[in-house]
Design a protein around this ligand. Structure first.
Ligand code: GDP
Length: 440
């Protein structure tokens, strides 16, 4: 995500490294590079100029007031300004009303249907929400089918009626259906066209006026840069939507849309899409995004993802097993499944401070665990629960069965052994000691 932008900003901010103090000259040099980085990211010229002017002013103004090194001061100022540019505070969606109605708008291909599914899935996981998806694209029967596929995938019902060609009455019927069937959130997926056109705009505006949704969201493909911003502007003029959903951030190396949209339409970015799968959705937090852009990672989101997957009951069982020295390869597989649920490897690594830069250019396999899983799957259940059974001939059989080399099997066994020891240490009161070690 935003790799190009991160790299260029990193270079720009390097200008000040080693300088003892901020001067008009080195600030001018840095901000020139920052501006270039923003322009390369497809940020609108005016926004880039205003941004760098503010940064320059703040750097020169704060210089005397702080004990920070010039390089650190500049990073802080740029981070604060990036956060402001993307909206400052995070703004959630309103789910007031029973049912709460969320209307999706956007061009065809922007990721509306996918996002409708992701949002339904996201809300469903909040336990108190029981969403209904409504298919309101009366022009493309395939779009209705697509929403049904998505709904089935996440276990959320979909209301549709291929005989009804009036989107307004369809939307109303969907809301009625939700009321009668106990759905407290309704997500309405509407028709999109390939380009902005008046008829589409009028149609969505008519739906909006008739059903008065709690939220009208505008979905846009972030990879389209300035086009995304222009489309947002056109939709906002007619719809006056409540928030933006930026999709396909996983493929966006530049970040121009994310950086410009808020200041052009003055509407917050509320969610982002970071992949094709149903769990590739995140609430948008401007300051966390600024951290990621500047290569500082996003530890808060990482911890939140881990917490979402954390199952107290499972953790307790695991703890007992470790205490009894019964932690086996099946438990190990289980742990891998939990990590995989947290998201793609690339995405997770991007949240670790500095990791993005360190791993740049490496082709991270999104299924990084597949070899480990293959090896474990080639073990018998007895071997999995009692790895000490694994003698040379068994290892050879496992290597053959999994199509891996014997040295990989050995490596995994060694890692497993180390991990078991470490877990034991954490259990036996060593945890405190280890934490202290890590803090030092
Ligand atoms: P719609 O026409 O606006 O409903 O768009 P779709 O939901 O059909 O999405 C268009 C394409 O974009 C599909 O192939 C989706 O899988 C893909 N897509 C949607 N969101 C994302 C995302 O966040 N990341 C990636 N990589 N692809 C996405």
């Amino acid at each position: 995500m935003f790799d190009n932008l991160s790299e260029k900003l990193d270079k720009a901010l390097h200008v000040l490294k080693g300088h003892g103090q901020i001067t008009e000259i080195n600030v001018a040099e840095t901000t020139k590079e920052v501006r270039r980085a923003l322009l390369d990211a497809d940020v609108n010229f005016k926004i880039a100029k205003e941004f760098t002017n503010t940064v320059k002013e703040k750097a020169l103004g704060q210089n005397v007031l702080t004990s920070l090194q010039p390089g650190q001061l500049m990073v802080k100022i740029v981070k604060d300004e990036l956060t402001q540019l993307m909206g400052g505070e995070s703004e959630g969606i309103s789910l007031a009303g029973d049912p709460a109605v969320i209307l999706m708008s956007g061009l065809q291909g922007s990721g509306k249907t996918t996002f409708s599914g992701k949002l339904a899935n996201f809300l469903k996981s909040k336990k108190t929400k029981n969403p209904l998806l409504v298919a309101c694209d009366v022009y493309r029967p395939a779009a209705i089918d697509q929403l049904h596929v998505v709904g089935e995938q996440i276990g959320v019902p979909v209301y549709s009626d291929k005989d009804n060609k009036d989107p307004v009455s369809l939307a109303k019927a969907g809301i009625d259906y939700a009321r009668k069937n106990g759905h407290n959130v309704v997500i309405i997926d509407t028709a999109g066209r390939l380009a902005v056109d008046q008829q589409m705009m009028t149609e969505i505006a008519n739906i909006r006026d008739a059903i008065k949704p709690q939220e009208t969201l505008f979905v846009v493909d972030s990879m389209t840069g300035q086009d995304a911003v222009n489309t947002a502007k056109a939709f906002n003029e007619v719809l006056d939507f409540d928030g933006v959903v930026l999709t396909k951030l996983d493929g966006d190396t530049r970040g121009g849309a994310a950086l410009s949209i808020k200041s052009v339409v003055d509407k917050p970015i509320k969610f982002i899409g970071t992949g094709e799968k149903m769990d590739a959705i995140d609430v948008f937090y401007p300051s966390r995004m600024a951290d990621r852009i500047l290569g500082m990672g996003d530890v808060v989101s990482l911890v939140e993802r881990a917490q979402e997957q954390f199952d107290e009951e499972e953790a307790r069982k695991l703890q007992k097993k470790i205490a009894k020295n019964k932690f086996g390869f099946d438990d190990f597989l289980n742990q891998i499944q939990q990590i995989k649920k947290m998201g793609s490897m690339k995405d997770l690594l991007g949240m670790i401070p500095g990791a993005g830069k360190a791993l740049k250019g490496l082709d991270i396999d999104d299924d990084a665990f597949k070899h480990i899983e293959a090896i474990i799957h080639s073990m018998t259940p007895e071997e999995r629960s009692n790895p000490s059974l694994l003698n040379a001939s068994r290892k050879k059989r496992i290597a053959k069965g999994s199509g891996r080399e014997i040295k990989e099997v050995n490596q995994l066994l060694k890692q497993f052994d180390q991990m078991s020891k470490m877990m034991k240490m954490m259990q036996g009161g060593g945890g405190k000691k280890m934490m202290q070690m890590m803090q030092n």
